[in-house]
Ligand binder design. Structure first.
Ligand code: ADP
Length: 357
């Protein structure tokens, strides 16, 4: 996944470079700056002393010293002064300059904290949006693995309205698998010997398979992905259905990319899927993606709900109302929001697996 949002202490992230939300002196401070200096040891401070400070919006690079990374990129975020004082432009510049430095030092992976969102007071939801926008803009042009490290969950906030909307949507749709009331088989078929009762059934085998965590694993075997078909089958003609009978996930994906007039790279980048993984899918007609990967492509292609279900089915998956993950995906598709990163922010807020690979 080119952009990964993780919850961690940035000093523990092993990658080529980590970014420090420093102050203009570059001589250490509180928050993430203090944690980085503490973990890196005195050598970092000695190196920083030679740099002569750094202006807001700019970035400078040092070695990683005792940290598990080669470099530390120090950038100075803006202090929040109400938002009318160029804060956004300066914050954008922090991300761009840091990424530019990472690129010129051949870094293949870099980890960012949410710059300015701590002591400097930048509203967390806006700081997050700037971070995600800058990083995704960069990733359109460059191959790099970028981690956005959030320390505590409260630093990662989608807007209250979106959160409430999604929560209400989940409430509305969510079916607790352990308490599904459904008619007996006879009732369902309208048998004349109708018993007039309903029974509480445990989740059946296919439901359990659908909910099992291995559906989230890339390349899981077909056997482990035994799933039930979506209840609402897509409305395509019999002729089309027969034509597509044997179409695999990979074939359907490539066909849809062509139909949408997209390039491969525009599609996998929009899906937040790594180029190498896309090549694998392209080269292997029978490739079985994980569910988050399959959905990420459906989102990148801006498929409607039925088309999404159709594509997922080719990878052995369904969307159901017994999974919060699925309902959140449905929420975004039905609201016409196909921004994988915004969807990931919401999935993260609800403790769900993120899209992409
Ligand atoms: P700033 O002065 O730029 O606001 P802070 O260090 O105060 O910098 O906070 C920036 C962000 O880094 C905050 O969201 C804070 O929660 C987070 N943070 C603090 N310590 C760590 C850490 N060890 N790893 C990752 N993020 C951290």
């Amino acid at each position: 996944m080119p952009l990964q949002i993780i919850r961690n202490d940035i000093t523990k992230v092993a990658c080529d470079a980590i970014v420090n939300a420093a102050n203009a002196t570059l001589l250490g401070g509180g928050g993430v700056d203090g944690a980085i200096h503490k973990a890196a040891g005195k050598g970092l401070l000695l190196e920083c002393m030679k740099l002569g400070g750094c202006k807001t919006g700019q970035a400078k690079i040092t070695g990683g010293h005792k940290l598990p990374c080669k470099y530390v990129i120090h950038t100075v975020g803006p202090k929040w002064k109400g938002g009318q004082n160029g804060e956004r432009e300066l914050l954008i510049s922090c991300y761009r300059e840091s990424l530019r430095l990472a690129l010129s030092h051949d870094c293949r992976s870099v980890a960012f904290p949410l710059i300015s969102s701590g002591v400097y007071g930048y509203p967390k939801d806006q700081a997050l949006k700037v971070a995600v926008d800058c990083i995704t803009e960069f990733l359109i042009e460059h191959d790099m693995l970028v981690y956005l490290v959030v320390f505590d969950k409260s630093s990662f906030q989608i807007s209250e309205k979106l959160f409430t909307d999604i929560a209400a949507f989940i409430d509305d749709k969510y079916v607790d698998m352990h308490f599904i009331f459904r008619p007996t088989q006879r009732d369902a078929w309208g048998d004349s010997t109708f018993l007039g009762t309903t029974e509480i059934l445990p989740p059946n085998e296919t439901d359990q398979a659908r909910l099992s965590p291995d559906v989230f694993q890339e390349g899981a075997t077909t056997a482990s992905k035994k799933v039930s078909l979506p209840t609402q089958t897509p409305t395509i003609s019999l002729e089309d259905a027969l034509k597509r009978e044997d179409e695999s996930f990979s074939q359907a994906l490539l066909r849809k990319i062509d139909e949408k007039g997209m390039t491969d790279s525009a599609c996998y980048k929009k899906a937040n899927v790594d180029r190498k993984l896309f090549s694998k899918i392209r080269g292997d007609v029978h490739y079985h993606p994980s569910k988050p990967t399959a959905i990420a492509f459906a989102i990148a292609l801006e498929l409607n709900l039925d088309e999404t279900k159709d594509l997922l089915q080719r990878a052995g998956f369904a969307l159901s109302h017994s999974s919060k993950f699925d309902i959140i995906i449905e929420y975004f598709i039905t609201h016409g929001n196909y921004n994988v990163f915004e969807i990931n922010e919401a999935l993260f807020a609800f403790d769900q697996t993120l899209l992409g690979a």
